[in-house]
Design a protein around this ligand. Structure first.
Ligand code: ACO
Length: 263
């Protein structure tokens, strides 16, 4: 779907998008609120996904200031709400409308798994609630040594609903995910690395360089092979060995055909 992206519109939603060759960087730009998230931000993320130029291979998601993201803007739960924003979930809405509304928000997160790109969350400071889920929506998480993760939703009487529960369970297993979510505890950077949530922990002043180095390494690999391999890996957990072996064969046939056509 082609939807025009307006830089000012994006900024009004708390986001900045920068494109440099094959790399798109999305920055949450509300440091004064620790990059708290709003429905407008989730809709803007979905628009970025809808309009991402062909040829983008790496998407970096980062936050300006000391925190990656403090999660949903808590003013949404006050009678005044967030100035200029609708309530995230209208209290008197029918279940079908709530379902449709949340599905719209989730679209801002799901596209980050698209096979054609590798998404990297560069996390410093807090990643709480929706912030943790945004980091989990990315394929990889490179984190500063002051990073911390907390799935806070149950403490507010809610469930995590921005597509974070599946990657969390896939990564740490059901028992650990349950323990983390239901105690609402904060997981520090080093533990996040041990659990496989973070792929690397680096000193804060080296975070940007670490993300740049990883990006450069990812761009070394042929784009078609990278997309096909990501797709293959994504299918592996849901397949039996026989199914996955067959999927590998089909993917290789496609690769060989693509390589033949490019000669
Ligand atoms: N929503 C709205 N405003 C926020 C949020 C938020 N989620 N997080 C921080 N802010 C605001 C603070 O109110 C404060 O505003 P002020 O300067 O007008 O007082 C400013 O951002 C800075 O926050 P501090 O608390 O002073 O910053 P600090 O670095 O000490 O702490 C932290 C950061 C840990 C993120 C803390 O602000 C916090 O706990 N925030 C709430 C986190 C939360 O419960 N989020 C909801 C998760 S559930 C979900 O996402 C669905």
């Amino acid at each position: 779907m082609e939807v025009a992206l307006d830089t000012e519109d994006l900024a009004g939603s708390g986001l900045r998008l920068e494109i440099d060759g094959a790399v798109a960087t999305i920055t949450l730009i509300r440091p004064e609120r620790r990059n708290a998230q709003t429905p407008a931000m989730w809709r803007a993320l979905a628009r970025i996904g809808d309009t991402l130029p062909v040829g983008i291979r790496v998407v970096v998601v980062r936050g300006e200031g000391p925190s990656f993201s403090s999660g949903i803007d808590l003013r949404a739960f006050t009678p005044e709400g967030v100035p200029g924003e609708d309530a995230p979930l209208p209290a008197d809405a029918a279940p079908e409308e709530i379902d449709r509304t949340i599905a719209g928000y989730q679209r801002g997160f799901t596209w980050l798994r698209r096979p054609a790109i590798v998404s990297i969350a560069a996390v410093r400071g807090h990643a709480i609630g929706a912030g943790f889920q945004l980091a989990l929506a990315c394929d990889l998480r490179i984190v500063a040594d002051d990073a911390s993760f907390c799935m806070k939703e149950p403490a507010l009487g809610l469930v995590p609903d921005l597509t974070g529960t599946k990657p969390l369970v896939d990564t740490v297993g059901l028992a650990r995910a349950l323990e983390m979510c239901l105690t609402v505890r904060t997981v520090p950077a080093e533990e996040a690395r041990e659990l496989g949530i973070a792929q690397a922990v680096v000193p804060g002043d080296e975070l940007d360089d670490a993300v740049r180095d990883l990006t450069a390494a990812l761009l070394q690999v042929d784009a078609g092979a990278a997309a096909a391999t990501k797709s293959l890996l994504q299918q592996a957990p849901g397949n039996t060995l026989d199914e996955q072996a067959a999927t590998e064969r089909r993917a290789q046939i496609d690769r060989l055909r693509a390589l033949g056509e490019s000669r």
